[in-house]
Design a protein around this ligand. Structure first.
Ligand code: ADP
Ligand code: MG
Length: 702
């Protein structure tokens, strides 16, 4: 239960000044509070919305000294009204002056009454806005404020500027945040004395106040005390939750797994290739974990195509040999089926009994799988998040492999871990997460890395072309298709509306179909599962040679014969995503190429991204560059998938705080593992404040 102290912060913001029935929708859009699970904007959303700039009203100028193209604030007398002729679309102009010069205020589609009332002839007014020079005259189009002396006195001298959404004005947002700020309770301090003894360490409430009512423009800086404190709060909540989970897993003792390795050896013998050195090492590390009487929590990190699935199979075979069951969970149905297909032939060679369970399996087939699972007649179950469901009961689950972990929350990881007694957990990720982020997302896990790629892989040739050369690309594609090549054609997902994106993919499918006829297939997220499978199978078998797809193919889809990938509107993708997509080719023996089609003109960031893609295939380097270019949230695609990212901390600036937060979290778990006493109380409040409170449940369970 959330401490009642925090209730005001988690209450709906509807009804606050600036948030009416209509504007409420704009707020909900800005804060992505539009789903059934997250319906309304809450006060906490407003308070954690950070400014990115300020308007500084402390500088007041004489008109002659005002610098063009800047926000200025000056006092002037209203000298002349120049309304447009009747029925004209011309702007309403008002000339104002001081003793040094004059400025023309320009209002398009003006409300005449408002102008006459706000700027009466002969009156003195404070005016702020962006001054421009137009034809040698000073002018301000739509001044930001027109105020008398009383009005000016009421305005903050330094006003924060926030990210907005279309239709939402800064003034409305500012008003709402201001109102929210008055409801922030004084909260007990959760940081240790070691941290708070620093002289300019503000309280949580003061930090929020300094950010939203900055006394100086500098006060909102990322490296200023207010933001540093809030970032540290968020990072501590994050690290504490992770350490608590880890501690919980350690406390519940594991089982020593006594496999000799005969089954794994049998699988290895059946492989048409030899394991890479990284694969051998990773498997050895996993085997050693499994053999110990404590629970494994290991991350298997490896670039696309580095052969993680195979390592997972060897690990699963080890627990099966010891008489237990294993499960492998994938984020999508396509992936689950693909894992099944990759694993099936090798599993068969070793006599392993394999089954698959996804959300859409028919009830009779499903019942059969569930019964067999409970009886222990299935050794390895592969599936989607359907594996979490209540009805799924294993006879003796010993190892849970979770693929592409960052798409699942901590919740799910725990849920699967609860399906058996002392389940060992192996998390696989194809995203080469930079070291700073491993800590953040996975916490205190052991890590195995697959660095080398299977032998015989050739480098992928990456080229970038403007979209208007699409004709050349199609011609090149035609030549390759005639030789039997298989190709992906990726259309972007733009967050606005999945339906529109699907429509774009359908349109591209139609144009390519006109050229290539039945050789083209279409795959997108809105298709029925059965249709998706059929399309994937047709592509895998070569019945179709061009697969037009949305980003559903981003993760893990494996057709080694595909050697060309065309990515349309490459400028709309993040680096990590481009890298994942490119990883769909270069998986077999053939020479592969990747064509990035971009829309001109290219922005600076998009240009850098495309250059990096052309320069390197090293996923780790790409991940680091991505972090540098875009900030942490998008490295993992959290913004799209909605996994908890950070709202306040910016790892490119606050990376050092992460280490501090981690040390604090470890100290807390050592000194006060059940979060007792006043400090424990305060820390529980912190976990709730940042919605990391699922970790608190472990205290009761453990
Ligand atoms: P990942 O999951 O890391 O993207 P996979 O495990 O799906 O990679 O492997 C990609 C492809 O490479 C699969 O077709 C797999 O059979 C093959 N593969 C795995 N290990 C090796 C190896 N050591 N040598 C050659 N091919 C391999
Ligand atoms: Mg894989």
């Amino acid at each position: 239960m959330r401490p009642s102290l925090l209730n005001p912060l988690f209450a709906s913001a509807a009804g606050l000044p600036g948030i009416g029935p209509k504007t409420g929708k704009l707020f909900d859009r800005l804060f992505e509070r539009t789903s059934a699970a997250a319906p309304d904007t809450r006060l906490i959303d407003l308070l954690f919305h950070m400014p990115h700039a300020v308007i500084d009203r402390r500088q007041r100028v004489k008109i002659a000294d005002a610098v063009p193209d800047r926000m200025v604030l000056f006092e002037a007398r209203v000298a002349e009204h120049r309304p447009p002729p009747p029925r004209s679309k011309a702007p309403y102009k008002v000339l104002v002056e001081d003793e040094t010069g004059d400025v023309l205020l320009v209002f398009f589609l003006a409300n005449h009454q408002w102008i006459e009332k706000s700027l009466p002839l002969g009156a003195t007014r404070w005016i702020s806005g962006k001054l421009e020079l137009w034809d040698g005259y000073r002018q301000i189009v739509h001044p930001d404020r027109v105020l008398d002396a009383d009005g000016l006195a009421k305005l903050p001298p330094v006003e924060p500027v926030y990210p907005l959404t279309e239709g939402l004005h800064l003034r409305m947002l500012g008003k709402a945040i201001d109102a929210a700020l008055t409801k922030v309770p004084a909260l007990p301090e959760w940081h240790s004395d070691f941290v708070t003894k620093s002289p300019d360490f503000p309280s949580f409430k003061d930090a929020l106040t300094q950010i939203h009512r900055p006394p100086t423009p500098e006060a909102i800086g990322l490296e200023q005390p207010a933001w540093l404190r809030l970032a540290l709060d968020e990072l501590l909540a994050n690290q504490l939750a992770l350490v608590m989970m880890r501690t919980h897993m350690r406390q519940t003792a594991g089982r020593a797994n006594t496999a000799s390795g005969a089954l794994a050896a049998q699988i290895e013998k059946a492989l048409p290739f030899t394991l890479t050195r990284s694969q051998v090492e990773a498997f050895a590390e996993i085997k050693s974990d499994l053999g110990e009487a404590k629970r494994m929590l290991r991350l298997l990190q490896g670039d696309v195509g580095s052969g993680k699935t195979l390592v997972a199979l060897l690990a699963m075979a080890s627990v099966v040999e010891a008489g237990h069951q294993a499960a492998l969970m994938a984020p999508t149905e396509i992936l689950a089926r693909q894992h099944y297909e990759t694993i099936a032939p090798f599993a068969e060679a070793a006599g392993l009994r394999l089954a698959i369970l996804t959300g859409r399996d028919k009830s009779t087939a499903r019942q059969k799988v569930l019964a067999a699972l409970a009886e222990g007649e299935i050794d390895i179950l592969i599936g989607t998040h359907a594996l979490f469901q209540e009805a799924v009961a294993f006879r003796d689950l010993a190892l849970a492999v979770v693929d592409e972990q960052h798409r699942f929350g901590v919740h799910q990881r725990l849920a699967l871990g609860r399906k058996g007694e002392a389940v060992d957990v192996l998390v696989m990720t194809a995203t080469p997460i930079p070291r700073t982020l491993v800590l953040t997302y996975f916490g205190d896990m052991d890590v195995s890395v697959l660095r080398d790629k299977p032998a015989g892989r050739q480098p992928i040739e990456t080229r970038a072309l403007p979209l208007d050369r699409i004709g050349d690309v199609v011609a090149r594609l035609a030549a390759a298709i005639a030789k039997g090549t298989r190709a992906y054609w990726v259309c972007p997902l733009v967050e606005e509306s999945e339906l529109i994106d699907v429509a774009a993919a359908q349109e591209r499918f139609a144009t390519l179909q006109r050229i290539f006829g039945g050789k083209v297939g279409l795959l997108h997220g809105k298709m029925k599962g059965k249709d998706k499978d059929e399309t994937m199978e047709a592509f895998a078998s070569g019945a179709i040679q061009i697969l037009v797809a949305t980003t559903v193919i981003e993760v893990g889809v494996d057709v080694p014969e595909a050697t060309i990938i065309v990515i349309e509107h490459a400028e709309r993708f993040g680096l990590a995503q481009l890298h994942q997509l490119r990883g769909r080719v270069g998986r077999g023996k053939g020479k592969s190429s990747c064509l990035l089609l971009y829309k001109t003109p290219l922005g600076e960031t998009a240009k850098s991204r495309i250059e990096i893609m052309r320069e390197t295939e090293d996923g780790f380097r790409i991940a680091e560059e991505d972090l540098r270019l875009r900030g942490e949230g998008e490295v993992l695609g959290t913004r799209q998938s909605g996994t908890p990212g950070f709202r306040l901390a910016r790892l490119e600036v606050h990376g050092a705080l992460l280490t501090l937060a981690r040390q604090e979290a470890q100290m807390i778990m050592k000194d006060n593992p059940r979060l007792e006493g006043p400090r424990g109380e305060a820390l529980r409040i912190l976990l709730h404040l940042f919605e990391r409170d699922e970790a608190i449940k472990l205290l009761r369970a453990g």
